[in-house]
Design a binder for this molecule. Structure first.
Ligand code: DHK
Length: 146
């Protein structure tokens, strides 16, 4: 049976393409979804894709993934740097999760250097634009084989 992955995007990622293109690029979130779906098909994975600007909705989505999905890719946007609740949600469901960011958060403002998501994640990929998501899909596909 195909393994399934929830790709979750947090606040302001619906603004990709418009939002600070010098940092986040010109690819829209719809494009990111298409590119991820194409990659997932090649890897034999099934994907669900969701974006929300609301912390509670992201927590609900992580909780609903329990028993339904095999892994999570999470770009929590700014909640990365603030949300103990998202950390706890990932810990609660215990699914393998990959934290992704389009930008290299460590090369940016100091407040982006700390992540509440990282300690609850299998690994972190940042700084490669849309490719960060594709590398995360590869990492999960590899993890599922182990
Ligand atoms: C996206 C955001 O919205 C920021 O708040 C993070 C992340 C970085 C990204 O690079 O994808 O700091």
């Amino acid at each position: 049976m195909e393994k399934s992955v929830l790709i979750l995007n947090g606040p302001n990622l619906n603004m990709l393409g418009v939002r600070e293109p010098h940092i986040y690029g010109t690819t829209t979130l719809d494009d990111v979804e298409l590119i991820c779906r194409d990659k997932a098909t090649k890897l034999g994975l099934e994907v669900s894709f969701l974006q929300s600007n609301h912390e509670g909705e992201l927590i609900d989505a992580i909780q609903h993934a329990y028993g339904q999905q095999d892994g999570i890719i999470l770009n929590a946007g700014a909640f990365t740097h603030t949300s103990v609740a998202l950390h706890d949600a990932l810990k609660a469901v215990g699914l393998p999760a990959v934290e992704v960011h389009l930008s290299n958060t460590f090369a940016r403002e100091p407040f982006r250097h700390h992540s509440y998501i990282s300690p609850a994640a299998l690994g972190v990929i940042c700084g490669f634009g849309v490719t960060s998501y594709l590398l995360a899909l590869e990492a999960l596909a590899d993890n599922f084989k182990q």
